[in-house]
Write a protein that binds this ligand. Structure first.
Ligand code: NDP
Length: 484
């Protein structure tokens, strides 16, 4: 294996091996083969990264925001210039179709840096003139060292969604990508180096959540943690970080409802629901996994939906004709298949999919599954309630708007919801009643980076995006002046 295929830590502007000298294998999900190895770091590596970040902080904080923004723009340009390489690497690391990485993941990483480079130059703080001789103004100062921990499903997209606002606001970052998908974060570090980001401003420590993630969350220098991942992990992070009084932003799992009314634009609803169900193999926290369809159009929707799902091409992510790539790991594939077995035991009927696929050629050992549609499940069974995070959706029939809203809300999660209707009154009415952080009406995954992003209930605490992110990564300090 060449040195290039060994993903090292990035600390204080240098690529360094883990202090313990250990590595984990990195698998290509589409082939099931190891294609690289990644640093299996420890608390000592986190300590080194935090020390570098602390040392870099004063100069980075004091750099005028215009200069920080210019550096972020340069990083964005470099990602854009390497988008083909990065898309291929992302696809190799995750199993997602390269076409998806090229059209969604990498452009979004560019957009994240560009957006926050612009946003920081317009970010303003409050001023409260209390009376003719008293003035309050609020400083929003960077926190210092912050931790950014991201999952495997949208590796560069989500990692940059955290580090761009953190850096723009003047913080130094210790980041940890998922140990399953370390490739593009490492390449990003190289691009940051070439862009001239000062040493220590961004540090990346690879390794497992228990070894590295938890060491970041409990390190005394780390003032805030921005985390995206599963609800169980989020709960563990909250448990260890709360007694240390760290700021927390937790973007967690979902079991998102899609509500389809009989007055919807049927063709657009159908096409978009295919995407909202199965984009990225269903491994997006925003995918709609519980599809409620009005009784009057249920049978037609079911027939046409299943027919379209069966046409989705599962295969080599490098092939431009592929709609569905591989699942992230053998363990995850087994987990999704267990849910399908559970669905049958819970009274569901699998209308299509759920079969392991063995494509010919280089992908014969990959972790592929045909997209599955289930019907007939009770609302409260485990398959209807728990996050599967794979290419599996369930159909449910509803009679009234009240029934649909009540059932949509009846899970412990509250991330996103999709509503399909031509009635403006109904859209507003339902949007206000849904217990979620994001509602899409007649669309899905339409993102404006200025809008607040996050969930309620077990889908998380806090919001990312726009001013919310810049507020999270700064500490407000009020200054009250009395003058004569
Ligand atoms: P995990 O929660 O398993 O892991 C997320 C990250 O946290 C990984 O980098 C992981 O490291 C790390 N981690 C694990 N344990 C700890 C710990 N004790 N302390 C600190 N860090 C830790 O999630 P997945 O990677 O499996 O991602 C899938 C989940 O992410 C799904 O539930 C999905 O819904 C959610 N998600 C939410 C989004 C949102 O915006 N709300 C967006 C995308 C995904 P490692 O894996 O290397 O051990």
């Amino acid at each position: 294996m060449s040195e290039q295929e060994r993903f090292l830590n990035f600390i204080n502007g240098r690529f360094v091996p883990p202090q313990g000298g250990d590595y984990w294998p990195v698998y290509e999900p589409a082939t099931g083969h190891v294609f690289a190895e990644v640093a299996a770091s420890s608390r000592d590596d986190v300590q080194a990264a935090c020390a570098a970040a602390e040392a870099a902080f004063p100069a980075w904080r004091d750099l005028p925001s215009e200069k920080r923004a210019a550096l972020l723009q340069t990083i964005a340009n470099k990602i854009e210039a390497h988008q083909d390489d990065l898309a291929q690497l992302e696809s190799q690391d995750t199993g997602k179709p390269v076409a998806l990485a090229r059209s969604v993941d990498i452009p979004r990483a560019v957009a994240n840096f560009r957006f926050f480079a612009g946003a920081i130059q317009h970010f303003a703080s409050e001023c409260h003139p209390t009376s003719s001789d008293v003035l309050n103004y609020t400083l929003r100062q960077p926190l210092g060292v912050v931790g950014c921990i991201s999952p495997w499903n949208l590796p560069l997209y989500l990692f940059t969604w955290k580090i761009a606002p953190a850096l723009a606001a003047g913080n130094c970052v210790v980041g940890k990508p998922s140990e399953l998908t370390p490739a593009t974060a490492t390449r990003l570090a190289q691009l940051c180096l070439e862009a001239g980001l000062p040493p220590g401003v961004l540090n990346i420590v690879h390794g497992t959540g228990t070894d590295v993630g938890e060491a970041i969350c409990t390190h005394p220098a780390v003032r805030a943690i921005s985390f995206t991942g599963g609800t169980t992990t989020g709960s563990r992070i909250a448990a260890v970080a709360a007694p240390l009084f760290k700021k927390l932003s937790l973007e967690l799992g979902g079991k998102n409802p899609v509500l389809i009314f009989d007055d919807c634009d049927f063709e657009t609803t159908l096409a978009t629901t295919i995407r909202s169900s199965f984009a990225n193999q269903g491994e997006i926290c925003l995918c709609g996994s519980r599809i409620f369809v009005h009784d009057r159009i249920y049978d037609r929707f079911k027939a046409e939906f299943v027919a379209r799902v069966q046409q989705l091409v599962v295969g080599d992510p490098r092939d431009v004709r592929t709609d569905q790539g591989a699942l992230i790991s053998a363990q995850h594939l087994a987990k999704v298949r267990n849910y399908l077995a559970l669905a049958s035991a819970e009274g569901g009927t699998i209308l299509c999919g759920g079969d392991v696929v063995t494509p010919p050629g280089r992908c014969a050992g990959g972790w592929f599954l045909t997209p599955a549609v289930i019907e007939g499940l009770p609302d409260q069974c485990r398959t209807s309630q728990e996050e599967i995070f794979g290419p599996v959706v369930s159909l449910y029939r509803f009679q009234t708007e009240e029934d649909a809203v009540q059932r949509a809300n009846a899970t412990p999660y509250g991330l996103a919801a999709v509503v399909w209707t031509r009635s403006l009154d109904r859209a507003h009415r339902i949007a206000a009643q849904l217990h979620v952080g994001i509602v899409w009406v007649n669309c899905w995954m339409l993102r404006d980076l200025r809008t607040p992003f996050g969930g309620v209930k077990q889908s998380g605490v806090g919001r990312e995006g726009g001013w919310e992110a810049l507020r999270f990564f700064t500490e407000p300090k009020n200054v009250c002046i009395k003058f004569s």
